[in-house]
Design a protein around this ligand. Structure first.
Ligand code: DC
Length: 195
């Protein structure tokens, strides 16, 4: 079974996806971390053309490994987020990462979090959730100005290659003003209804 959890930056996807995976005994996949790894490499060597297929991106529990190096902390900076959002517009990078994501989720029960899980990576996912929150609340959670967040939204939503948008059959959950427990209950309830 797959729970696809998509939505804009700062909607609370990572926290919610981790908690829902824990509650259900599913494994959590953070696809944003994969784009952040590519962003990190691209930002470090802007003069070298990047071959995404040559990068070794792996997860070891909560750790993210890039070519064997633990980049779990390095990928979380605002700069790495910005670099990720830039490389995420490249169709070759997207298709390499989407292939890898499909391989990872092929077996077992997963909560996969990203922007295009329900639309591109796994259009057959049993449960699709589009997680949102007010821009002010999202910017506060990310500790970035609202203008920067809206710029990120705009870039993610307007790119030609798999723009960020809810799947037609996604269920929208607006987390503004909801507690984490309320959000988890809503999503695990959806899973319970199809099992
Ligand atoms: O969720 P995040 O902030 O870690 O994502 C970092 C960037 O990667 C974000 O700008 C959008 C992009 N991304 C994407 O295009 N598709 C995904 N499935 C996940 C993230």
């Amino acid at each position: 079974m797959l729970v696809a959890l998509d939505g804009p930056a700062g909607a609370g996807k990572s926290t919610v996806a981790r908690a829902v995976a824990d509650a259900l005994g599913f494994t959590y996949l953070d696809t944003g971390a994969m784009y952040r790894c590519v962003g990190l490499r691209a930002a470090a060597r802007p003069d070298v053309p990047l071959d995404p297929a040559a990068l070794d991106i792996a997860f070891d529990g909560d750790r993210v490994l890039l070519d064997g190096e633990d980049v779990s902390t390095a990928i979380r900076t605002p700069e790495a987020g910005l670099a990720a959002s830039r490389v995420a517009t490249d169709p070759a990078i997207r298709s390499t990462l989407v292939d890898l994501q499909r391989k990872i989720i092929a077996d077992g029960d997963w909560v996969a979090e990203g922007r295009d899980i329900g639309t591109v990576v796994a259009p057959d996912a049993e449960i699709k959730v589009w997680l949102t929150a007010d821009p002010e609340e999202r910017a506060r959670r990310r500790e970035i100005p609202v203008a920067e967040l809206l710029e990120r939204d705009e870039r993610d939503a307007s790119r030609e290659s798999s723009p960020m948008k809810p799947a037609a059959d996604a269920i929208e959950v607006d987390t503004t003003g909801l507690s984490l427990d309320e959000v988890i209950a809503r999503i695990t309830g959806l899973v319970g209804s199809v099992r």
